[in-house]
Ligand binder design. Structure first.
Ligand SMILES: O=c1[nH]cnc2c1ncn2[C@H]1C[C@H](O)[C@@H](CO)O1
Ligand SMILES: [Zn+2]
Length: 348
């Protein structure tokens, strides 16, 4: 198949995105409007010239540098209206790529500078996602993030607030931020609470830290999934444990290269992990910050690693399997995917 034909097919395939950050998905045109409403002048006046301020450069040297990009948008995501809108628009952007199911993650404590509470932030995200589900015919869930540089009290409050919305669109809690400076063992108490309150856990690990962080996340923090897990290959016995326990990896290829989780595509371990039978899933992380979308992620995998269409479908179905959904909801999502794949004439 030629390049254009394969992009078209990948675009049409039903897909999921289990790892996408709200503040990494703000459309430049939306940011322009949010700034205008607040009477703030941005350093660029049109969406094209604004992109360089929102997107990482190719020269990005580390996760820490990558994370500095979020400082540009966060000041405009401090009202219920703005948060609800961006959540809604993520559902819209997902639907544009036939991404049928999306789990949108955000850190409630990063949206409080104008007086919102963590719980209010959660409610606005859930409202935006519900409106998006209705208007765009997709399914959406939220994940509340504890930040590594935040204190114990702030993170415990996130877990408590999120747990109150389980069954109402809140799917799980996460840990994100500067992994190199804040190892996962610092957060045992926070995620012990998530277990007590019965909310599932996913943890960013093995991105800017080694495989030991994946071990800690799974065995001590109770992670049911791992965000990235790129550096798992550094320890074969930990990789074996993740394989045996069938812990899904939320890999985000474009972002993983930009944050230097590995130095280059030729050492990106996704093909190795897939062939070993790890439950690899493919996600965008931060579409705007990374300049990506879910179709592009699959296109890159086909181009750089020779994934065939049926292997890409296996990756997609791993994502369906790994979704933080009730069994009956997962079954109906699977059925929807099987029907769409059949209609596209793609073997599954
Ligand atoms: O890939 C990531 N690793 C660690 N932290 C991340 C990543 N992408 C985004 N974040 C952080 C920056 C955001 O402000 C925060 C909440 O979405 O999560
Ligand atoms: Zn992430």
């Amino acid at each position: 198949m030629d390049k254009q034909g394969s992009y078209k097919l990948l675009h049409q395939l039903p897909k999921v995105d289990l790892h996408v950050h709200l503040d990494g998905s703000v459309k430049p045109e939306t940011l322009l409007e949010l700034a205008r409403e607040r009477g703030v002048r941005l350093p660029a006046a049109c969406k094209h010239t604004l992109i360089p301020f929102m997107q990482v450069e190719d020269s990005c040297a580390s996760l820490k540098e990558y994370l500095s990009k979020f400082d540009f948008v966060l000041p405009f995501l401090q009202t219920g209206e703005a948060i609800e809108r961006v959540a809604y628009e993520i559902a819209e952007q997902a639907a544009e790529h036939n991404c049928r199911y999306v789990e949108v993650r955000f850190a409630p404590q990063l949206h409080r500078s104008m007086g919102l509470s963590a719980e209010e932030t959660i409610r606005f995200v859930l409202d935006g996602l519900k409106r998006g589900e209705r208007d765009f015919g997709i399914k959406a869930r939220a994940i509340a993030i504890c930040m590594r540089h935040h204190g114990r009290e702030d993170n415990l409050a996130v877990v408590k607030a999120a747990a109150r919305y389980v069954g109402q669109g809140m799917a799980a809690v996460d840990l994100a931020g500067d992994e190199a400076s804040f190892p996962p063992e610092l957060f045992r108490e926070v995620f012990a609470l998530s277990r007590t309150l019965g909310i599932p856990v996913t943890i960013h690990a093995g991105e800017a830290g080694g495989a030991d962080n994946v071990y800690e996340a799974v065995t001590h923090l109770g992670a049911a999934r791992i965000g990235h897990g790129v550096r798992l290959k550094e320890n074969p016995s930990i990789l074996e444990m993740v394989l045996e326990r069938r812990v899904p990896l939320e890999m985000c290829p474009v972002s993983n290269i930009q944050t230097k989780a590995v130095t280059d595509w030729n050492v990106y371990p996704i093909r190795e992990y897939f062939d070993r039978g790890l439950l690899v899933t493919v996600n965008t992380d931060n579409p705007i910050v990374s300049g990506t979308n879910i179709t592009k992620e699959y296109e890159i995998l086909a181009e750089k690693f020779g994934f065939t269409v049926s292997e890409l479908v296996k990756l997609i179905m791993n994502g369906v399997e790994a979704a933080f959904l009730e069994d009956s909801e997962k079954q109906s999502l699977k059925l929807d995917f099987e029907q769409q794949l059949q209609a596209l004439g793609v073997a599954y």
